[in-house]
Design a binder for this molecule. Structure first.
Ligand code: PMP
Length: 336
């Protein structure tokens, strides 16, 4: 491979790995390694597409300010792109997000405003409402707005989906994805279904989130649930989520997600983040329900490096009730 001349050209074209050590029932299960993007996650793709769409339509001018409400990874993608292209970036982040993600954002030059995680949409301190307010108060500000910006699903419709199709040589029967903004599942799902209308798009959703129940019942009912996996699961249906693309929903508990992401590291050597655990556990559940052989693709959305003190720390897992204490023996020996 010839040397690249810009880190931005290294976004996307991520590798695909078949998982061969896990019990996948009658299916073959493949993961697209989005952790290998330069800023470390699947959201690098939309960082680039959102900024370039705004440059094209004039909503972002040279030296302008980009504002976003983000759980972290979109912030990292935007921070990479903003730093490379010379924009100021202000990020509003709920305070439940890992401290290392926040350090990483600040090191990339982003201005981080922390806000409360425990307030609902419509509350002035809800991260999206706060971002909207900062945009109004800042001259020359552009709101990236990943939840309703069409450049988000477009990134996945024009890059993620086509890459999957090409890597699988058209032999893909199901896509399993999570929903944060809805960009990945809607964009990649739309592209793959246009190629193969029989393909199933499956949402792997944290227990307590509204998406999988909405797919099953058509009703959106948030009952105050919360979950520890980061980056996916919703208390509303984001405008960028095209529910009509999703065929099936699988609900995954935190315990299943954290166990799956540890298993992925031990058995396949891949260090994924917590949402990867939800996707993998969801994909495995879906696979084991099948009676025919299927090729299933899911994602390693980001790297587990950011979650070493949570998902990969047995003491934390025990404290959260995610690993049975009786299995743990002497905790001092079990800090991994
Ligand atoms: N995994 C992680 C770690 C994320 O940060 C996100 C986005 N917040 C997703 C998955 C979900 O992707 P999308 O926003 O495209 O629905």
């Amino acid at each position: 491979m010839a040397p690249a001349t810009s880190v931005l050209s290294m976004i996307g074209n991520t590798p695909m790995l078949e998982l061969t050590h896990l019990d996948t029932g009658p299916c073959r299960l493949f993961v697209k390694l989005e952790n290998q993007n330069p800023a470390g996650s699947i959201k690098d793709r939309i960082g680039l597409s959102i900024v370039e769409a705004a440059e094209r339509d004039g909503s972002l001018k040279p030296g302008g300010t980009i504002v976003e409400a983000t759980a972290g990874n979109t912030g990292l993608g935007l921070a990479l792109v903003a730093a490379q292209k010379g924009y100021r970036l202000v990020l509003v982040i709920p305070d439940k997000m890992s401290a290392d993600k926040i350090r990483h954002l600040r090191a990339l030059g982003a201005e981080v405003r922390l806000t409360r995680s425990d307030v609902p949409k419509g509350h002035p301190e809800y991260y999206q409402d706060m971002a909207e307010r900062i945009v109004k108060e800042t001259p020359g500000a552009f709101w990236a707005s990943q939840f309703d910006n069409p450049a988000n699903p477009a990134a996945h419709e024009t890059t993620t989906g086509p890459e999957i199709w090409a890597q699988m040589d058209g032999q893909v029967d199901a896509l399993v994805a999570g929903v944060g903004s809805g960009g990945t599942i809607s964009g990649a799902g739309r592209f793959l279904k246009a190629k193969n209308p029989a393909l199933k798009v499956v949402v792997a959703d944290p227990e307590g989130s509204v998406v999988a129940p909405a797919v099953e019942t058509g009703e959106v009912k948030y009952e105050g649930g919360s979950w520890l996996v980061e980056g996916i699961g919703e208390d509303f249906i984001p405008p960028n989520l095209d529910l009509s693309v999703i065929d099936d929903g699988v609900v995954v508990s935190d315990a299943e997600a954290f166990s799956a992401v540890n298993e992925l590291l031990r058995s396949e050597g891949i260090l994924g983040g917590s949402s990867t655990g939800t996707l993998l556990a969801g994909a495995l559940k879906w696979c084991r329900r099948q009676t025919e052989p299927k090729n299933v693709v899911t994602f390693v959305c980001d790297t587990g490096n950011k979650y070493l003190s949570k998902a990969f720390d047995r003491t934390w897992l025990v404290e959260q009730g995610l690993t049975p204490r009786e299995d743990s023996g002497d905790l001092r020996d079990l800090i991994m």
